[in-house]
Design a protein around this ligand. Sequence first.
Ligand code: GLN
Ligand code: ZN
Length: 757
Amino acid sequence: MHTFHLSGYPRIGAKRELKFAVEAFWKGTKAEAELQQIASAIRQANWAAQKAAGADLVPVGDFSFYDHVLDTLCALGAIPARFGFDAAKLTLPEYFQLARGNATQMAMEMTKWFDTNYHYIVPEWHTDTRFKTNSQNLIAQIREAKSLGYDIKPTLVGPITLLWLGKEKDAGLNRLDLLPKLLPEYQKLLRELANEGVDWIQIDEPILAVDTEQAWLNAFAPTYKELAITGTRIILGTYFASVAEHVNLLKGLPVHGVHIDAVRAPEQLAVFAEAWPENKILSVGAIDGRNVWRADLTAVINTLTSVAAKLGNNLWLAPSCSLLHSPQDLGVEEKLNPEIKTWLAFAAQKLTELGVVKQALEHGKAAVADAVAASDAAAAARKTSKLIHRDAVKNRLANLRPNADQRKSPFETRIAAQLDWLKLPLLPTTTIGSFPQTTEIRQARAAFKKGELSAADYEAAMKKEIAYCVDVQEKLDIDIPVHGEAERNDMVEYFGEQMEGYCFTQFGWVQSYGSRCVKPPIIFGDVARPTPMTVAWSSYAQTLTKRPMKGMLTGPVTMLKWSFVRNDIPLSQVCKQIALALNDEVLDLEKAGIKVIQIDEPAIREGLPLKRAGWEEYLAWACESFRLTSTDAADTTQIHTHMCYSEFNDILPAIAAMDADVITIETSRSDMELLDAFVQFKYPNDIGPGVYDIHSPRVPTEAEIEHLLRKALKVIPARRLWVNPDCGLKTRAWPETIAALEVMMTVTKKLRTELSA
Ligand code: GLN
Ligand code: ZN
């Protein structure tokens, strides 16, 4: 038999029940007992779905009220002392305070889980961090599952990954040095689970899939030697990239099995299947846990049949990673194009696929002939579907003129041509695009979507907002105003809805952090832009002012990164298709007289492969795609881009290679730390490092902004420096927005006078 197991399932409920219950609990309108009941119902429904699909072992511990890394920290008593909580008696309200902060303590930090859009709570490590096992919560869930008759396999974040994921909060601390203190408690936790009759446990060490330093790799053998003696059998989980370089390390660890991701890194399967130890399980993740496409069952079954020939029953079957990153159930979608629907599989459907694969391996393909035929038919239809394939798009990309990604002239020539008509002062001022998305704006949009507001009335309402926004900027004396993006719900959805090749689900929610979920669009086909998307709004805004109105677009890499992307052609091609669609928009804006255009790429760093070896290739096509958006733009047209909330220091050459005329970039929260990198790397084009943080309603003081600007002036030539906030202002209210921009303008004018003296 080939054990079918999984490490995690979506936990917010098919209709986001957990989100609503948790938020009601925070507001005080739902009691804890009720919340616990809803949580239990979700767990039970998940286990039932897994069992019905044929899963042999169901996961426990994958459920979480907020985040599973935080849960592992709680299970080990590793919560920050600054909260003053008793880790052994942590209550649910206290648990939420760790994640969300309270009156005296800032929330624990949050950051992206590897290259997914899921955010985990970052462990805080101090020299005197203490660990103390607190397994109650996990054991309660284990008992719950066992009482319902399930064979279980709890999942935990592994000790080495847990330390690695955290931040050192004391100078001189190396967090790896905490391992000797952590290990006995981790061991104790496993012993307690063994006492509960837990036979198998999955311990995830995804750091094996990134570039891990040797010292961390060296920790594996001694650590797992200690954990091997606790009475549970361990499957060590890896995912998101190849771990082939560690095959010998993994073969030699005293664990009972290893899980590898054969979707992200199919090539590692051969490496592992060859001479795999006879006493170890190899769990192969051959169904994509992170994307929405139906598997090609024939291909999966063929691949696994040859692995099974070598490994026999030591081959286990699983999704590539936790299904947490996949929407829950395609079955509830009512509005998707039925043809497109046949190409998709969400978490529930992925389980069914795994069930079929298991049947095929154990009883032969004939036993699942119908399911395989349906999968073959879907795969064949997808290859030729008119919905997907647009010759015009493919031909355009295949026949790009040489150097199509290069502007007509180099930056020095362009900026001179731009300044000629823009007549900008020193330290030109602008904003990042969005202005407050007020309740009125959101209500108008909701009413329009429900059909309660006519298209004409909606347009009038948005125009009123735009007019107000332009007037505010006029009064503030901002050099390059924007229209404010009132008409946009979301910077990706807004464009996706107007492009061919994109579709949208009703319930395809995926947890982003805590109770926050996102519903990424699906790019299923060749992307084209049938008609202008932003020209009417920007042109209207331009009629209201003599200043050059800045048009606003979302860049190709961000459009790609915040969507589920088709897997039948390379990502780079999808990205370039989007770029060419955006190029059409750029040229139309230009024609309409909008000749300052910002193309946002906040997600450019998120696309970096987990291993550095893949960075160069990615950055090459990402930057090329960005440049393609402005191919054929006149020298006089000024292209801006914007990036935020990630480390840019190590990709500065790539940012320069995007060759935007102006880049605005978030830096104020780190006191312009980014600028240190500029001492070494002379960024050639214009740049606007953000001068205040837009995440707080607090109005910055003149002194603060002046401090930051003076710092910037030390490393950036004054004639290259722009002044702007860190990011878009849509989450702010009007009064603080105006007050903050007033301060920004006052300081700018003061420095201008000084510079021209
Ligand atoms: N133009 C967008 C805005 O201002 C940029 C958002 C972002 O950087 N995430 O809202
Ligand atoms: Zn931003």
